[in-house]
Each structure stands twice: as C-alpha cells, then as structure tokens.
Design a protein around this ligand. Structure first.
Ligand code: ADP
Length: 448
C-alpha cells in the first residue's frame, strides 16, 4: 500500500480523498493555489504545497508544478479527483514517467474514452448499443446532412472532445443544420482546442442513467448499480439518485451487463462510469464513459456501503477489488443535491465570503463540503460548494430527509441554489419519479 498520496485537486473532493486516505493510514499532500491558502483541504492534509497563482492554467492545471510538488514531498501516488487533470492522458503519462502511480485508468484508455467519437465506435464494435448517428467524426455540414436525412431530425451535433455539455447543438430540421454545425464546431474549437464533431439522433425526453464500474489489475470488473441523473440544467447535473425508479430488475440486469461489456472492451482498471440515455420506450444507448470518480459517487456509496475512493486507491496499489459482484447489493435509496454558489434566478456564479454556514445533519444525511462559517468562495473555480446526500430505507424516506435537510441548511453572505433544490425535491413530478432530462426546463417554466 502507498505511504503517501498527493491530491491533485481542491474543494470538497480533495477533502473526501483526505478522509479516505486517513482511514487507510496513508499520509496526504494537498496542493493549492494562492486563492485557496485558507481552504480546508490544505488544513487537513498532512503536508501542503502552494503550486501557483489562482488561474487554473497557473496552478491546478500546471502539470510541472503538480509533479514537482509530488517529488519534493516524496509522494508515491496521485489522486486526481474530478475535473482539472483527472481526464488528462498526458498528465497520467507524465506521472508514470516520473515514477508516480496515477490513481485512475491507463493513459491510453483515458485518451480513447476522452475522444467521444472514438468511444462511440469502440462501443459499437463491442456490441454495446449506441444512439443512431455518424460512425465517427463528421467531414463537414454536407456529411452531417446526409446522415441526418437517413436517421431523421432532430439531431444533435456533439464535440468529440466534449464535456460539461459544451460544444453541443440541436438541429431540428435541414434548414438549421449548417448553422448548428458551425456553432458546435466553433464552440468546441474554442473550449477544447479541437473542433471535431459527430452526430447523434436527438432523443426526446430521455432519462440519463449511468452505471458505476470498478476494475482491477487482476482482471475483475464489477458494477455498483445505477444512478439516475436526469435532473439537469443545460446538460449539467443537479440532482442524482440511486436506484432509478425507471428500471425494473430485467432492464437493470441488461443495462448492467452492457456496462460491464463496455468496461471489458477497454480492459478497464479503476473507477469509471458508463453513461446511458434511456428513451421513452425503454431502449438504452451508451453516450460516454467517464474515466474518473464522479461528483455523484456518494449516492452509490450509500446504497452499496462501498467506499469507492478507497477501492480506487487499493486497485491502484495492485490489490483486487475488495468485493465480488455477488457480494454487491443495493439497499434503500439515496439522493444527492448539488449546492451551487449561484444566483437562484439568473444562475450567475456568486463567489464571496460566507458569513453564516449551518449545515444539516441527523439520520440519513451526509454532507460533503469544504465550506464553513468563515470560508471565502474564490471566483476562479467551479461554483459547486457542497453536496447534500440523503439516505432512506425507501425513496419516500430519502425525499423527506432531503427536504428536511434543505430546510435547515443556512448559508449566508453568498447566493446559493438551496431554496431551488428544496423546491425540486418537493415537486410532484419529482416525487412521483416522473422525470427526464427535460424536467428542469418545465420546472423553471412552471415556477415562472
Ligand atoms: P458531456 O460530456 O458534455 O457531459 P454527454 O454526452 O455526457 O455530454 O451528454 C450530456 C447530456 O446531454 C446528457 O445527460 C443528456 O441530457 C444530453 N444528451 C446527450 N446526447 C443526447 C442525445 N443524443 N439526445 C438527447 N439528449 C442528449
């Protein structure tokens, strides 16, 4: 097992990894930008290294600064968390060249799955269902039009290097296609430095259902059941839960089998997520694989009792996954709400100094956060500041606990979406489990 791990991240996930390492008896090294000098992950790590000024490029994305921090502190492994360098095949390679273990999959697997057009064709070859569309990247708007005619409108143009819902455009008919093609390539080029796009049929009111998988270096691959992440705004998840009310045992088993098949197709090692869309007729299709820990992993931890971060560390150290598929069972129900520092109506980020912070607790409530009553949210990073995860024996109990938690969550000094989240989990459609990725649009219209 490792003696010391460097955490190449900040915020709640850096703290989450510190807790797992403490329980495993592993020392931790925090890295931080000057904007995060007073952050809790710095305070709770065993050692800390300032790696630069606030801008991402100068600190958390600065590969040589991160590697130097690992070298001077004698760390043996690096946990990248999510975001930042977590899906950088280059970073994983540099770690390896410097004798550091990257806690994640092999660099070539990160590269393959990070290119969504390649991931799509890999899955087609492996026999995992994908959404009708182009076989690979598009040559130009005429190529897009040709495929769209064949499969029918509406279609979605998607960036190969995409992430966070960027570089994606819907074309409802042939007239819109060229404009949307150009918009998607331009946005992808600007955001990712790669303008390649592919095309999929645009599904109406799908559900987003993903499967957590874990692989080890001994050839074992298991799944930890599903998460439903249909409550999204602009393709960004807001509320996640496990299990999904949309799956019966048969569909769950078929989707789990496809998830394992997808992971096997790339000999997957470490924690990953296979994302599917489920259409209104309950057909499911692979959309992408995330080769890292996900924000929403706690809902899976609560229903399975498995600490996914610890499994990631163990697997990276060459140990087998601590449980077999037969031993993994899902019990009860868990729901996560992402608390963002943002204006509740305009959704504009709301950084600043927190003046009051009272987080909920009590039975069935888990809070993952780096915030406290004297914290300052810097303007440079993601606006997610806390995750509230509610567990109950039933979905109904989990909802009641979440509602109660959101009613007693007090954050002052900055704007947050706590009140909005409370309304979402009280919404009749949500309570009845009637949801799709179109939920938020309708919900916000209803609210006026
Ligand atoms: P990203 O990598 O940017 O997160 P994904 O491919 O994971 O992009 O898709 C994000 C979200 O966009 C999905 O959860 C879903 O809401 C929507 N989406 C993606 N592909 C389609 C599609 N073909 N039809 C309808 N919605 C889609």
């Amino acid at each position: 097992m490792f003696r010391k791990i460097l955490i190449a991240n900040r915020g709640e996930i850096a703290l989450r990894i510190i807790w797992a390492c403490r329980e495993l008896g592993i020392k931790t090294v925090a890295i931080y930008s000057t904007a995060d000098a007073d952050s809790l992950h710095v305070r709770f790590a065993d050692e800390e290294v300032c790696i630069g000024p606030p801008r991402n490029q100068d600190s958390y994305l600065n590969v040589s600064a991160v590697i130097s921090a690992a070298e001077i502190t004698d760390a043996e492994a690096v946990h990248p968390g999510y975001g930042f360098l977590a899906e950088s095949a280059h970073f994983a390679e540099v770690c390896r060249e410097c004798g550091l273990t990257f806690i994640g999959p092999e660099p070539d697997v990160i590269r393959k799955m990070g290119d969504k057009a390649v991931a799509r064709s890999t899955m087609m070859e492996a026999g995992v269902p994908t959404i009708p569309g182009s076989e690979g990247i598009l040559d130009g708007p005429e190529h897009a039009a040709e495929i769209a005619e064949k499969i029918g409108y509406p279609v979605l143009i998607k960036a190969s290097a995409g992430g966070g819902g960027r570089g994606m455009r819907i074309a409802n008919d042939a007239d819109e296609l060229e404009r949307m093609y150009n918009a998607a390539t331009a946005e992808a080029g600007a955001a990712f430095g790669n303008a390649e796009v592919y095309l999929e049929k645009y599904l109406k009111n799908p559900r987003h259902i993903e499967f957590q998988v874990l692989g080890d270096t001994h050839g074992n691959i298991v799944h930890l059941f599903e998460r439903e992440c249909s409550i999204q705004r602009r393709h960004q998840k807001l509320v996640e839960e496990s299990p999904s009310v949309a799956l019966d045992d048969d569909l769950r088993a078929r989707m789990a089998e496809a998830a394992i098949k997808a992971a096997r197709a790339v000999d997957y090692v470490n924690a990953g997520t296979i994302e599917f869309l489920l259409d209104e007729d309950k057909n499911f299709y692979f959309i992408e694989m995330n080769t890292r820990i996900q924000v929403e992993h706690p809902v899976t931890e609560l229903v399975t009792g498995i600490d996914i971060i610890k499994e990631m560390v163990r697997v990276a150290a060459g140990e087998p996954i601590s449980v077999t598929q037969d031993e993994i069972v899902s019990r009860g129900h868990a729901i996560e709400c992402r608390v963002n520092a943002e204006h509740p109506e305009t959704f504009v980020p709301s950084p600043g100094k927190i003046t009051t912070f009272h987080s909920p607790g009590g039975p069935g409530i888990r809070i993952d956060t780096h915030c406290h009553g004297d914290a300052t949210i810097p303007p440079f990073y993601d606006s997610m500041i806390a995750k509230v995860i509610a567990y109950g024996g039933t979905r109904g109990e989990a909802i009641l606990r979440m509602r109660r938690a959101m009613e007693s969550f007090v954050i002052e000094g900055i704007h947050t979406n706590v009140a909005l989240q409370r309304k979402i989990v009280s919404d009749e459609d949500f309570v009845r489990g009637r949801m799709s990725t179109a939920f938020m649009e309708r919900f916000l219209e209803k609210k006026g």
